[in-house]
Design a binder for this molecule. Sequence first.
Ligand code: GCW
Length: 660
Amino acid sequence: MTQLLDVDPAWLPDEALRAVGTRPVQVLGDGPLVDTVRHEVAAAHAKFAAEAGHSGAVSCDLLLRIADGGDAGPEGFTLERDGSRTTVAATDPAGLLHGFFHVVRLGDAAFTAAPAQTHRPALALRMLDHWDNVAVHPVMGQVERGYAGGSLFWRDGRARGDLARVRAYARLLAACGINALGVNNVNVHETEAHLLTDRIDEVAAIARELSPYGIRVHLSVSFAAPVLLGGLDTADPHDAAVRAWWREAAEHVYTHIPDFGGFVVKADSEGQPGPFAHGRSHADGANLLADALAPHGGTVHWRAFVYDHRQDWRDRTTDRARAAYDHFAPLDGRFRDNAILQVKHGPMDFQVREPVSPVIGALSRTRVAVELQATQEYTGQQRHVCALAPAWSEVLRFRPDGADGPDIGRLARGGGLVAVSNAGDDPFWTGHPLAQFNLYAFGRLAWQPDADPDALLDEWIELTFTPDRCADPARLRSGLRAVLRDSWTTYEKYTAPLGSGFMVQPGHHYGPGIDGYEYSPWGTYHFADRDGIGVDRSLATGTGYAAQYAKPWSETYETPESCPDELLLFFHHVPYGHRLHSGKTVIQHIYDTHFEGVEEVEAARRTWQSLADLVAPARHRRVAERYEEQLRGAREWRDQVNSYFLRKSGVPDAGGRRIH
Ligand code: GCW
């Protein structure tokens, strides 16, 4: 794989391949994925040919081989060292590919220090969803909630002619463990609906670039496709003609894409068509598509993001947070084996802080995939640094049934982990170069949900910045850690406080709009008045959402006294003078965190400036530019939030700082 001109190499710069490229390597096995490993090795050798004396060598330092009877399982591999030789063995070619990239991650240590080890992915499905439109949408543009330029796949209304960049993307994704990808937006507009039928060859062209790296393609489809594309007069899942239509549609897809992964469906959600229009349940809807895919081994990803987006803000009894559980918990056990319910990690919508969605723990007889958002819709839109691995790790470690029960990482084994991608055709892939870490960390957490986010950050830093090759490795490492590690909590500090969420500008969702959604139909309110703030979701006096959790969480969240500070305003409406466990009042917490958040951004910006001599100039410049915007944005958030709450509450800042 040669490096593309003008495209950032992300976590696979040439230097990261030095340990492999300077050693004799042998690859044993057959098949397309083994060939990919061979190409990788050959490319690494070509890059370091001048430094290595391995050509024509009989022995080898690295043996990568397919071995029957190993116990690493699908996609897994073993690594062993014997004298000067390291052997990576896998029964499955995909395992060999992952093993190869593991050696890249280890670098020299793979040959000098690594103990014998076995790796297998905890989750079989590790998927990215692209919210990419084929035709540029008049409001959403080409990539819905995309902050990294245009689509990697689509351009000028069709699949890109030159897909070299897609191949390079597949390589980066495989190197962090991702193995599935949805190529179009879950909001399926008219043009995109046709990808399923008369435009499937364009999807197939993309699939051909992804498949050498072990990545299967998925397609978002419209539930109304039989009507839109098939000319039928209904999309009713119980209608025989509709069922036959979907069967044929699936068959057609598989003739073009033999390793097609399956469908992704957003139904009865934010205006998308669905089974409700026909008086059918979401199990009926999902099973219709599951049955069509089953003969071919495909899977339907049915999204649980179903709620009333035309709510009356005056109605305090409707609670959007309840919606996923209310819709889907009663359907537990009614989905086919090849139907996966794809649930957003929180009950609302990818806010900087939300509790874990209670429906995940309530579905013991349904395959569940947990959906995260790598694209930073609500976390700074890739203009602000916000490393999400610690947030995701908290979600994955949450135990819905308390300390003795399984965590979310385990519950997701049935379905997998999915993230909305943050990549586009930007030269840095993700707009903000430091947002590459979110993509990388997502793949690694999907492979190993209990991985330590700090260790993943270090791993990503080593690969991406190869500190040992720079003049001051220690300064570079500590600087990068400093700007990234706590960036999520920094972002949280200067935006919506204590789990209240939203407070963003309507529509594009960037920047502060404290009352932006307060009188809207979207169901996202904070209810701030002169006395207090927050949503009462208790069972005793509120919407009852807290009771959707099993014990101990239903009890923990039920009262302001037992609720964790960071989620207080998600679960309770409290007076500004309410004292947090931290000892501060809510209002003082709001003031303090907003001042601190800006100070932390100022410090991070200074740290970044101090790394100018150690980071490639283009990358350094791009990040530096984004820090200017982040600082401007953080100050705006601080001043609007603090002023708003000072004016509402009339309570002065105990620190006597300037609030407008
Ligand atoms: O977060 C919201 C976004 C929509 C998105 C929707 C979803 C694709 O604002 O842009 O639509 O979630 O997840 O379906």
